[in-house]
Design a binder for this molecule. Structure first.
Ligand code: G3H
Ligand code: ZN
Length: 281
C-alpha cells in the first residue's frame, strides 16, 4: 500500500525506530528494495532524486512504484529526494509522490524558510508530506555537490525556528555525515543530534548514511533519527553484481544475468540495513 511519508515517520518517531529510505533509479533496484522490505516485514521509503527522474522518467518511476506498492505487503512511501525546484516538486505531487523533500540548504535561513513554507503550503493542500533540510552536508548526491569548506552543521535553535515557521513534517540535519563514499572516518556529532531532537521532538532524517557503521547508526536511532537515507551503498552493490558475473564469465552480455545479479546484491544490502535499523528497538 502506498502511504504518506508522514504516516510512516510519525509512527517511527513514536516507536523510537528508523525506517530506511532507499534511492532507486531502475526496476531492478526498486524490486530489490521491495523484496527486502517484504522479507523483513518493514515499511520502507522509496526515494527518487531529480537525477533518477531525469534518467528513468517521471511517468515510468511513478507507474513502477505505484504497481510495486499495490502488490506489496508492507506500507511504502514514494519520496522525492533533494528536490530543488518548484517545478519538480509540483510534478511529483501531481504524479502521485506521497512525500517530497525541498532542499533549500544552499539558501540562507530566511530564504530557506521562505521557499520551504511555499512548498509546505502546496504539498499539504494535496495531502503530501514535506521534508526539508537545515545545515549542509559535504559530498555529491546526483546534482547536489557541496565542498568540504561549505559544510554547516545544523544549529539546534535555528532548527526550532525553521520548523515552527515552515510546518515541515520531518527535518534533515547535518551532524557530520556526507554524501557519497567516505574518504576518512566519519565522526558524528551525537550531542547536537540529542539537542535537536529534544527541542523538536519530530521525525529527524539522516542523509549520507551509506558507509556509517552499524554501531553509529544504532546510536543515531536511539537519539532520535527516524529516516535513514541510503544511496551510495545501493550503487556499490549494483556494481558489485555486474563485476561478479563478468569475473566468472567475461563474455556474458545478457542484461538479465548482469542486472539479475545486481538486484540480488542490492537486496542483500537493503536487508542488512533494515536489520540494523530495527535491531535498535
Ligand atoms: O539523499 C540521499 C542520501 O543522503 C544518500 O546518502 O550517499 O550516503 O548513500 P549516501
Ligand atoms: Zn541526501
Amino acid at each position: 500500500m502506498l502511504v504518506t511519508g508522514k504516516e510512516i515517520l510519525d509512527k517511527a518517531n513514536k516507536e523510537n525506530i528508523a525506517v530506511g529510505a532507499f534511492n532507486i533509479n531502475n526496476m531492478e533496484c526498486l524490486q530489490a528494495v521491495i523484496a527486502a522490505a517484504e522479507k523483513k516485514q518493514s515499511a520502507v521509503i522509496i526515494q527518487t532524486s531529480e537525477g533518477a527522474i531525469k534518467y528513468a522518467g517521471l511517468d515510468y518511476l511513478a507507474s513502477m512504484v505505484k504497481l510495486a506498492a499495490q502488490k506489496a505487503s508492507v506500507p511504502i512511501a514514494l519520496h522525492l529526494d533533494h528536490g530543488t525546484t518548484y517545478e519538480t516538486i509540483i510534478n511529483c505531487i501531481v504524479s502521485g509522490w506521497t512525500s517530497v523533500m525541498f532542499d533549500g540548504s544552499h539558501y540562507d535561513l530566511e530564504n530557506n524558510i521562505k521557499y520551504t513554507k511555499e512548498i509546505v503550503k502546496v504539498a499539504h493542500a494535496c495531502g503530501v508530506s514535506v521534508e526539508a533540510e537545515l545545515g549542509r552536508l559535504s559530498g555529491v548526491e546526483d546534482q547536489i555537490a557541496v565542498d568540504e569548506k561549505d559544510v554547516m552543521f545544523t544549529d539546534p535553535n535555528q532548527a526550532k525556528i525553521f520548523v515552527q515557521e515552515t510546518g515541515v513534517d520531518s527535518l534533515a540535519i547535518a551532524i557530520g555525515t556526507a554524501h557519497g563514499v567516505y574518504k576518512g572516518e566519519p565522526k558524528l556529532d551525537f550531542e547536537r543530534l540529542l539537542e535537536i531532537k529534544s527541542l523538536l521532538k519530530m521525525p529527524i532524517v539522516l542523509h549520507g548514511a551509506s558507509g556509517i557503521s552499524a554501531e553509529d547508526l544504532k546510536k543515531a536511532i536511539k537519539l532520535g533519527v527516524n529516516k535513514i537515507n541510503i544511496d551510495t551503498d545501493i550503487r556499490l552493490a549494483f556494481k558489485q553484481g555486474f563485476e561478479e558475473v563478468l569475473k566468472n564469465k567475461p563474455e556474458e552480455f545478457d542484461p538479465r544475468k548482469l542486472c539479475g545479479s545486481a538486484r540480488e546484491k542490492v537486496q542483500k544490502v537493503v536487508e542488512n540495513k533494515i536489520d540494523i535499523f530495527s535491531l535498535n528497538i
